[in-house]
Write a protein that binds this ligand. Structure first.
Ligand code: URA
Length: 435
């Protein structure tokens, strides 16, 4: 059956429920390139304002999930789990997390996204590794999963192609922050992976799509509901995104920070989340106890097994594994600018949203669908909430390519760091759970 897209846009704009056939038709036609992006953009904007009912979300997600092939991991005998984040600033956790979990004997077939709005994306970060490819056919992914138990790839023309197209369109049309659009995007990718369990990191705070725990809980419940209807257990951890995670915000610099974690170092917040998430994934995979899971995760890092697994992933996906031993092989920007504190005191604000925006303006993210990401640029955050600084001490080191982009980035960083005479405690990193 054929529909009129303009009638469907009008119906959604006026708050009507679209029938399952119409929702499936939109996904099929857009994936095949038979309806124009401007009409789908208008529909997405109507969804932003009017939302989607549960009866709409099911068929919409299902149509996205089956817009291409799904992975067939039946050749693997052990458990397969994955993790996804709703998106944050400096959120590189997936990069050290996958090799750690795989080194513990659990398979991880990760289909990730690119940067969205002011948030960074795992694929863009991984592509800073010279030669690293994130685009593979399903058969090749199935083979790599059989060989090394891990893959870190993106949507393709054959793998969740509907999400690939809609994700890029949302990024360029201000239609990212919608619970049904975020839920269907994440869950269609994850359910196409043939996994036994999923860990969701739902971010809360200024740099997240959800500012409050209440709003984050609504989004999480929607995703858990989709998981339940597909018999896939989902564990949710809510985490703080008022300030960036770790020090590095960008692409290549986030890879360097991730490698530090695999070497047993790295910023405390990145290490804490990585280890906690690895434990959660082992529990989803059927670990006997949290104590056993924690010990296995610790050993995967201290023995070097996780580092070696990362080298295998890089090698299998065409990247140069020498990067892991020599970070100078990563792309680096030609210039640096240091932002300093005007007065001494305690850092009480280090705003994730503004830092994410600054990073995009430097070129580390996209403002249009066709923009090329500059992997070399970004920020190193030198002081975070709870730290003390003296006047003249660095707050952030900005790596940039040209003066225009630096100026544009600096214009959003005016009030990002606030220094006060009153001490504050660093914020809690983990805000809650939902299972
Ligand atoms: N991550 C995704 O994969 N999709 C979204 O819409 C948001 C975060």
């Amino acid at each position: 059956m054929s529909y009129s897209l303009v009638e469907l846009i009008t119906a959604k704009r006026d708050g009507e429920e679209l029938d399952p056939g119409a929702l499936r038709w939109i996904i099929t036609e857009y994936t095949a390139g038979r309806v124009p992006s401007y009409q789908v953009s208008a529909l997405l904007m109507a969804i932003i304002f009017k939302g989607m009912t549960q009866a709409e979300l099911g068929p919409w997600t299902e149509a996205m999930l089956h817009s291409g092939d799904v992975l067939d991991l039946s050749a693997l005998t052990g458990p397969k789990v994955d993790k996804h984040s709703t998106g944050g600033v400096g959120d590189k956790i997936s990069i050290p997390l996958v090799p750690i979990v795989v080194a513990c004997g659990i398979a991880v077939p990760m289909i990730s996204g690119r940067g969205l709005g002011h948030t960074g994306g795992t694929l863009d970060k991984l592509e800073s590794i010279p030669g690293f490819s994130t685009q593979y056919e399903p058969e090749r992914i199935n083979r790599q999963m059989k060989d090394i138990g891990a893959v870190m790839v993106g949507q393709t023309d054959r793998l969740v192609p509907a999400d690939r197209k809609i994700y890029a369109l949302r990024d360029a049309t201000g239609t990212v922050p919608s619970d049904p659009l975020i839920s269907s995007s994440i869950m269609s990718k994850k359910l196409a992976e043939d996994i036994d369990g999923l860990l969701l990191d739902v971010k809360v705070g200024s740099g997240a799509f959800k500012r409050t725990l209440d709003d984050a809980t609504k989004l999480a419940s929607m995703m858990v509901g989709i998981g339940v209807s597909h018999d896939t257990p989902v564990t949710v951890v809510f985490t703080n995104m008022d300030q960036p995670l770790g020090r590095a915000v960008g692409n290549a610099n986030e890879i360097a920070e991730s490698i530090e974690v695999l070497r047993g170092g790295g910023p405390p917040d990145v290490v804490e989340l990585t280890m906690r998430f690895a434990e959660e994934m082992l529990m989803l995979a059927g670990s006997d106890s949290r104590l056993d899971a924690a010990a296995a995760v610790e050993k995967a890092v201290s023995s070097g097994a996780a580092f070696d697994t990362m080298a295998k992933i890089v090698e299998h996906q065409g990247g140069n594994p020498a990067v892991l031993d020599d970070l100078s092989l990563l792309p680096s920007a030609p210039h640096e600018h240091v932002l300093t504190a005007e007065t001494g005191g305690y850092i009480v604000r280090c705003d994730a949203y503004e830092i994410g925006l600054a990073s995009v303006r430097l070129g580390a993210g996209r403002t249009t669908k066709k923009d090329q990401v500059d992997h070399s640029v970004g920020l190193m955050i030198e002081a975070k909430v709870g730290d003390t600084v003296e006047a003249g001490q660095p707050l952030a080191t900005i790596s940039y390519r040209d003066e225009d982009s630096l100026e544009s980035a600096l214009s959003v960083l005016v009030d990002t760091f606030v220094v006060s005479a009153e001490p504050v405690e660093p914020p809690d990193l983990i805000l809650g759970e939902l299972r």
